[in-house]
Design a protein around this ligand. Structure first.
Ligand code: C5P
Length: 245
């Protein structure tokens, strides 16, 4: 089984990325195996990658699933370009870079991608959802949060990146700004009625997809479910409803 192409047409079940927010590979692979074919993408973040390294990517790829490597590269252009090329060589399908790295870094990341045998989709993180207006001001950003998100997304688009990671609140505005080709990947989604965890303003998958999100990142609602595969299928069904809306 080969992972789907993130730029191709995606079935509802292919729109769910399960975040492997677990400390060790053995636990992560137990979740991957419990999910079987109900989830086609897994997000590896800093915690798991720092501990387990490229082996984590290889083991998930070996099981036929795709990897979203969420390491949010932010460095000088030459270093970021080579990091993207290295991630591409590992066979990841999607990866993240920080839009705040600037136009030259984003263009270098696009070059790193284009040199890959199987180029991954490179997504820009615009503004971390943990930052509010005051935190932005403290690092010298005087635009409104929404303007900063849109300006960063525009920078990424002009550099030739594939899309952005965005909170559900920003999806509609970003889809309007970026057009239909850009990939929009959205965390912070919850099925109606369930636990919201620490999300002050979680959105439903139906709404995020109807607003224009392509892929949804889901962590705890799948990881912590008694039946993770059933939870994943519920998210896929909600995505299907969003596509029909
Ligand atoms: O909240 P949940 O467990 O579904 O989060 C899934 C993933 O999305 C996590 O890896 C988290 O880092 C990321 N996330 C995010 N921004 C948010 C919420 C979650 O990037 N607002």
């Amino acid at each position: 089984m080969t992972p789907p192409d993130p730029r191709g047409p995606l079935a509802p079940a292919e729109r769910i990325i399960c975040a492997l927010d677990l400390p060790a590979l053995a636990e992560a692979l137990r979740l991957v195996e419990a999910l079987g074919s109900s989830v086609r993408w897994f997000k590896i973040g800093m915690e798991l990658f720092t501990r387990e390294g490229p082996r984590a990517v290889e083991e998930i790829r070996r099981r036929g699933a795709g990897v979203f490597l969420d390491l949010k590269y932010h460095d000088i252009p030459a270093t970021a370009e080579r990091a993207v090329a290295s991630a591409g060589a590992l066979g990841v399908s999607l990866l993240t870079v920080h839009a705040l790295g600037g136009a030259a870094m984003l263009e270098a990341c696009a070059r790193g991608r284009d040199g890959c045998l199987a180029p991954p989709a490179v997504l820009a993180v615009t503004v971390l959802t943990s930052l509010d207006q005051a935190a932005l001001a403290a690092v010298g950003v005087t635009r409104t949060l929404e303007d900063q998100v849109l300006a960063s997304a525009e920078l990424a688009r002009r550099a030739g990146l594939d899309g952005v990671v965005a909170s559900p609140r920003e999806v509609a505005a970003l889809r309007g700004r970026l057009g239909k080709e850009a990939l929009i990947v959205t965390p912070g989604v919850r099925l109606g009625g369930g636990s919201q965890d620490d999300h002050a303003r979680a959105e439903t998958p139906q709404r995020a997809i109807a607003d224009g999100a392509d892929l949804l990142v889901v962590g705890r609602p799948i990881r912590d479910a008694a039946d993770p595969a059933a939870a994943a299928r519920a998210f896929a069904e909600a995505a299907a409803q969003g596509l029909r809306a």
